[in-house]
Design a protein around this ligand. Structure first.
Ligand SMILES: *Cc1c(COP(=O)(O)O)cnc(C)c1O
Length: 393
């Protein structure tokens, strides 16, 4: 089959699945405001409570904790800030190494760098597109020296390996059970990058509740949005207090005095963004339902298209299907690019997966394991339109 033929088949499949009235240009993932967004935001404007304090911040945090089953949720200004603070509070220090997938959005690596720590890139599993705990374990056996205090050190670089940051790619959960086991064995803290996985459960438990801390994002392209925003999940009350303190300029509580006991950050989420978030969260179950229906349609239609495979969730997880993905049969940059060009030319927004971190100049000097699955997926994955509004009865 030639390139043109496969591109045509994919566009035909899109035309059958996606609503006709959107045929001008179908975006990859558009936000949908179908609930009480206007009411809640208007209330902020009417009352003047638009900024750093207000009832919607508290409510959003409570609603998030309820939905995810996490004892504590702290709202912050974006997902990157959530990652940054999570790593800080987890005890990562300048000079440490932090194991992260190379196949991720750049924010995961950047948050590690903000602290002065070094990202250490690990490979992903083909069936989750997220960190592969089995390959990680074999690698750690090879390169790590575990000290008597239980801490792991990299025998090659001499640096402490402090933490692992699994990322749940496109809303598909990493194999968390085994990862937790491996990390216990090597004394590694887990900080989850759950930026893409609100609404994703692994063995019945929400992603982001397996790590010591986890970061969620509410950027405009995520499953729900607050315009810009993020949250940190944790089960530890003491950690939750530290997170709140560090994200609100580390100001000591007082009726009028300005006294800050650490160099903190202004990372709190404004009330007006939280208002949007409360309205969005009310609709999350409905959005998840629609996204799943859209995913099933893609599954059915692409089962009939030779040359590509629709990426399906594993049985032990329940994906939020944030972004649907097609996989080419084998890595083929030319074929991938011609499909990207043709689909975008024909009104359907598609995108490749991120350029792996270790292939970018800003991170190509960082330590890494064999990344063959990452490099294979880079040239196989194509993301396709996935917004919840694209499903129509
Ligand atoms: C979106 C995203 C982030 C960052 O979130 P922002 O809210 O945009 O700062 C971090 N990691 C991953 C994997 C993401 O997809």
């Amino acid at each position: 089959m030639n390139n043109k033929h496969l591109s045509l088949r994919i566009v035909e499949a899109f035309r059958q699945v996606l609503p006709a009235d959107k045929s001008s240009f179908v975006p990859l993932h558009e936000p949908a405001f179908k609930g009480r967004e206007w009411d809640y935001v208007k209330e902020c404007l009417d009352t003047g409570w638009v900024s750093s304090v207000g009832k919607y911040v508290d409510r959003f945090e409570r609603d998030l904790a309820d939905y995810t089953g996490s004892p504590f949720a702290i709202a912050v200004v974006n997902g990157t800030a959530a990652l940054h603070i999570s790593l800080l509070i987890a005890g990562i220090q300048a000079g440490d190494e932090v194991l992260i997938p190379s196949l991720t959005f750049v924010a995961t690596a950047n948050a590690v760098s903000y602290i002065g720590a070094t990202p250490h890139f690990v490979d992903v599993a083909r069936d989750t597109m997220g960190l592969d705990p089995y390959k990680l374990e074999a690698y750690l056996r090879d390169i790590v020296h575990v000290q008597s205090n239980g801490q792991s050190f990299n025998r090659i670089t001499g640096r402490r390996i402090a933490a692992v940051v699994p990322m749940h790619t496109f809303g598909h959960s990493v194999e968390l059970d085994y990862l937790v086991e491996v990390c216990e064995r090597f004394g590694l803290t887990i900080v989850e990058d759950a930026a893409e996985s609100l609404g994703t459960f692994y063995k019945g438990r929400h992603t982001g509740t397996y790590g010591k801390l986890a970061a969620i994002s509410f950027n405009g392209n995520k499953i729900i949005t607050t315009g810009g925003g993020g949250a940190i999940l944790t089960a530890d009350e003491n950690i939750a207090k530290q997170v709140k303190h560090m994200t609100t300029t580390a100001k000591k509580p007082h009726r009028w005095a300005y006294d800050h006991d650490q160099i903190g950050y202004n990372y709190r989420l404004p009330n007006i963004n939280a208002a949007l978030g409360c309205a969005q969260l009310e609709q999350l179950p409905e959005m998840l339902h629609k996204k799943r229906q859209l995913a099933y349609r893609y599954e059915a239609i692409f089962a009939q298209v030779e040359g590509v495979e629709w990426f399906k969730e594993k049985e032990d997880g329940s994906s939020n299907y944030w972004l649907n993905a097609l996989l080419l049969e084998k890595p083929d940059e030319q074929l991938r690019n011609s499909i990207l060009d043709f689909t975008n030319d024909n009104g359907f927004m598609t995108r490749p997966i991120w350029t792996p971190m270790h292939r970018m100049a800003i991170y190509d000097h960082c330590p890494r394991m064999d990344l063959s699955v990452t490099e294979e997926l880079e040239l196989r994955v194509i993301n396709i339109p996935s917004g919840s509004d694209l499903f129509h009865n």
